[in-house]
Design a protein around this ligand. Structure first.
Ligand SMILES: Cc1cc2nc3c(=O)[nH]c(=O)nc-3n(C[C@H](O)[C@H](O)[C@H](O)COP(=O)(O)OP(=O)(O)OC[C@H]3O[C@@H](n4cnc5c(N)ncnc54)[C@H](O)[C@@H]3O)c2cc1C
Length: 446
């Protein structure tokens, strides 16, 4: 049987490796349009922050290792341009311009996502970058070095924009961030978002929220980002306005798409075609709180979905529970995390949300080095269920978010969560963990 995979990063290479491990006789071919496979995109901002590091350090496993040691037919520089579900073939062109056609018995589409870049003047100028692929990271690093970049404008204030803001400041580059929406982190509870905003501003970053960008102009060897209320000079511009699912191939092949145009898959990652799977950022998933389809482009679920596809192709039926949208990122000295639903998402999903925000400490109050932790917790007044948690703090946030993430998977009520036996010792937490304090406060309101 021939298992063909389009896309050679998180979902695609996870599927290829596991399929070959589970059924060594399976013929596994991966077609990847770039020259890079199996790398940590998530590590790029931290790599860019350090001029001495090679971007190739982020490659987890070299292409040749997949070929020689794992027996995977991995073909880089192979851009798939169409899928023919009737004849079960895919076709495309190589980086040298040759045409190829591959037949499959089972196909996995693992094409990831595509950065959103508005169709406005100047967004294609040299010096205007996106950060998605390893090649993007390579280009940005080379550009900063060659042009001795002193000023950068980041368009967008999502987590990749914020991680890059920190990275560029670490390279002593002045940073301004601009975006059309008025709220700094619109998904985050106001007081928590304010803390993140203050942290960014305290590192000398100028923030222009609520400013639409109309064009980028080249002027005197520099760039100017212009909009209704802004005219920002820069040596480099990073467009970090979000992502859309890379579902064009699937759509053109007649496969069903769903939420945000992501490829619609069932719990076994099968698309609307019985021979085609989709996994990772190009595909949707079930949200474990709402039970509805959701599109959350993050790394763990891409890797896990790749594994599940491999198991299913090898004949071991696997269905995934779904995602909680658990995410964490670092902005300068702050850890920012979320899992589950915001109040607005909960209301939209038909819950009766109640929420609370508390500020407690990361360590016992008398313990040296204790720092504030802000917790925002959302519950459902009707069922008592825990629906979501957000946290911001200087320590103890990133891994603490995993406790409510597990509680969401277990469909716990706020009351049951408040009874959980969480760890305590003065260097790590107050005796009442910040999460338990939030749950106890929320219970009073529910
Ligand atoms: C800067 C940055 C930081 C991030 N940080 C985090 C983080 O901290 N935590 C987290 O959970 N997630 C993070 N992510 C997101 C995470 O990297 C993605 O969710 C994950 O890589 C998705 O894996 P994927 O395999 O679905 O897609 P991708 O990694 O995008 O891989 C898709 C592959 O398909 C190839 N491809 C696309 N179309 C074709 C075609 N037609 N023919 C052949 N090949 C094709 C692409 O070249 C690519 O190699 C970050 C992403 C970026 C860019």
């Amino acid at each position: 049987m021939k298992f063909l995979i389009i896309g050679g990063d998180a979902a695609g290479m996870s599927a290829a490796s596991r399929a070959k491990r589970q059924c060594p006789d399976l013929e596994v071919t991966v077609l990847e349009k770039t020259g890079d496979v199996s790398y940590s995109a998530c590590g790029m901002p931290y790599n860019i922050a350090d001029a001495s590091k090679d971007i190739a350090d982020l490659v987890v496993r070299q292409a040749q290792v997949f070929r020689d040691k794992q027996g995977i037919d991995l073909q880089t520089g192979h851009f798939v341009r169409s899928i023919d579900p009737v004849n079960r073939t895919v076709s495309g062109t190589t980086s040298r311009g040759a045409v190829f056609v591959h037949a499959y018995d089972r196909l996995l589409i693992a094409t990831g996502g595509t950065p959103l870049v508005p169709d406005l003047p100047g967004f294609d100028l040299p010096g205007v970058h996106v950060l998605k692929s390893l090649d993007d990271g390579r280009r940005i690093k080379a550009f900063i070095k060659e042009k001795s970049v002193k000023r950068a404008v980041i368009i967008g204030m999502g987590y990749i924009g914020l991680e890059m803001c920190e990275a560029l400041r670490a390279r002593s580059i002045q940073v301004a961030m601009v975006k059309p929406g008025p709220a700094f982190l619109p998904w985050m509870a106001g007081e928590l978002a304010d803390a993140v905003k203050a942290e960014v501003q305290s590192h000398g970053v100028d923030l222009y929220a609520g400013q639409s960008v109309e064009k980028i102009e080249a002027s005197g060897g520099h760039l100017k980002v212009q909009g209704g209320g802004v005219a920002l000079d820069a040596d480099m511009v990073l467009v970090a306005m979000g992502l859309k699912p890379g579902s064009e191939l699937a759509q053109a092949a007649g496969l069903r798409t769903g939420v945000q145009n992501a490829i619609a898959v069932d719990r076994s990652l099968l698309t609307s075609d019985a021979y085609i799977y989709a996994a990772g950022d190009c595909a949707d998933a079930y949200h474990i709180v709402t039970g509805e389809k959701a599109w959350v482009p993050l790394a763990l679920r891409a890797n896990r979905a790749g594994w599940a596809v491999a198991d299913n192709v090898c004949g071991k039926r696997v269905e995934l529970d779904g995602i909680a949208g658990t995410a964490v990122f670092k902005v300068f000295d702050l850890e920012v995390a979320r899992t589950g639903l915001t109040t607005a998402e909960a209301a939209q999903a038909g819950f009766q949300p109640e929420s609370v925000s508390v500020t407690t400490r990361s360590r016992a109050h008398a313990h040296p080095g204790s720092k504030p932790i802000q917790v925002h917790m959302v519950g459902d007044k009707d069922s008592g269920r825990l629906l979501g948690v957000q946290m911001v703090g200087r320590e103890g946030v990133a891994h603490r978010i995993n406790a409510p993430a597990v509680a969401l998977h277990a469909r716990m009520t706020v009351s049951r969560f408040s009874q959980t036996d969480l760890a305590y010792a003065p260097p790590f937490s107050p005796v009442w963990d910040p999460l338990l304090t939030a749950a106890n406060q929320l219970l009073k309101k529910m």
